[in-house]
Design a protein around this ligand. Structure first.
Ligand SMILES: Nc1ncnc2c1ncn2[C@@H]1O[C@H](COP(=O)(O)OP(=O)(O)OP(=O)(O)O)[C@@H](O)[C@H]1O
Ligand SMILES: [Mg+2]
Length: 316
């Protein structure tokens, strides 16, 4: 059963017209993403800054419509829903942001932040349930935290509270957008374990958005690698970490010493280009150590190389 089914999703942001450009110009944040996420799976979307990760997460949360393409959540087409149907589906999806301040209102005590979405969605709750969910994210005893404001807690505690808020409503899908990048390194594993435990216990589906392949490798079942608005490789965690095919994935791995491939070091040149003037052919070719004429001219097809392992690269 599929929790998310995205087909050829594009998100083009129109640019202001200038005297120099006669044509409409666009920033192509997502340039045709197809992604399927099975229920109960932790699926990571990995890529450098500006690759389109958050834009994709926002579309799946129905916070913004795609320019074209379709997104189904549990078989329901998100962007053909009426308002009340949208409310029902929203209740099943929660998002955790990098910055807990984006999900916690600084003017509300933790208790209110956690109960607010429950009230809004007419979910019955009692004190025990609130206490349980707060303690389940490691804020123990809950009574020490429920009456605090976010400003009265450490960054790590705030992120725990934001996760408790997302968990309270028992979502079926969590979109975690860089959930640990602002959390102290020493407690990152705790957070990821928390996601993993909830995923196992409640068959929670997780779309984990991260620029850090090491974070993705820690808890993911599947990994998709995004480059400039396109998925360049996708496979099981083992496929991506142990048998990466795309030179971009290989380079990302090599930048992480613990996961690096050792003998076959792949260095990428320069910075990620901006998504306004995309390179011709394969969009990775200007940075690819293996690029040939073909790569400059023809966009590689996204193909299944081995069961479940996809890549868009002329080398294969
Ligand atoms: N509302 C917007 N209007 C115009 N351009 C946007 C908008 N939102 C995002 N972009 C652009 O779209 C591209 C993708 O942005 P996005 O935030 O999805 O990337 P990301 O992979 O989440 O990056 P990061 O790792 O920095 O969070 C970027 O070039 C960004 O500047
Ligand atoms: Mg982002």
């Amino acid at each position: 059963m599929k929790m998310i089914e995205a087909k050829n999703v594009k998100k083009y942001f129109p640019l202001k017209k200038s005297i120099l450009s006669r044509n409409d110009r666009y920033l192509k944040a997502l340039d045709g993403i197809s992604l399927e996420i099975e229920k109960g799976v932790i699926h990571s979307l990995v890529g450098e800054t500006g690759s389109g990760k958050t834009t994709f997460g926002r579309i799946v949360m129905a916070l913004t419509p795609p320019t074209s393409g379709t997104v189904k959540v549990d078989g329901i087409d998100l962007f053909s829903l009426k308002k009340n149907e949208m409310k029902l589906i929203r209740k099943r999806i929660q998002i955790i942001f990098q910055d807990p301040y984006s999900s916690l209102n600084p003017k509300l005590k933790i208790r209110a932040s956690i109960t607010e979405p429950l009230k809004l969605n007419h979910v019955k709750f009692d004190e025990k349930m609130v206490t349980d969910v707060v303690e389940s994210v490691g804020l123990k005893p809950a009574s020490d935290y429920l009456d605090r404001f976010p400003g009265e807690m450490s960054g790590g505690q705030r992120q725990r509270a934001a996760i408790a808020r997302a968990f309270a409503i028992s979502p079926e899908l969590i979109i975690a957008d860089e959930p640990v990048s602002m959390v102290d390194v020493s407690i990152r594993a705790d957070f990821l374990n928390l996601l993993r435990e909830t995923n196992k216990r409640e068959n929670l589906t997780v779309l984990l958005i991260t620029h850090d392949l090491f974070v993705a490798s820690y808890i993911s079942d599947k990994i998709s690698v995004l480059y400039l608005g396109k998925i360049v490789e996708e496979g099981s965690k083992e496929d991506i970490i142990e048998r990466p095919l795309h030179p971009y994935t290989q380079a990302l791995l090599d930048s992480i010493p613990i996961l690096g491939m050792g003998e076959r070091e792949v260095k990428i040149k320069g910075e990620i280009p901006n998504p306004i003037d995309l390179p011709s052919g394969c969009r990775f070719h200007p940075r690819c150590p293996f690029s040939e004429d073909k790569c400059r001219q023809i966009e590689p097809e996204y193909r299944e190389i081995k069961r479940g392992h996809f890549v868009a690269c002329h080398l294969y």
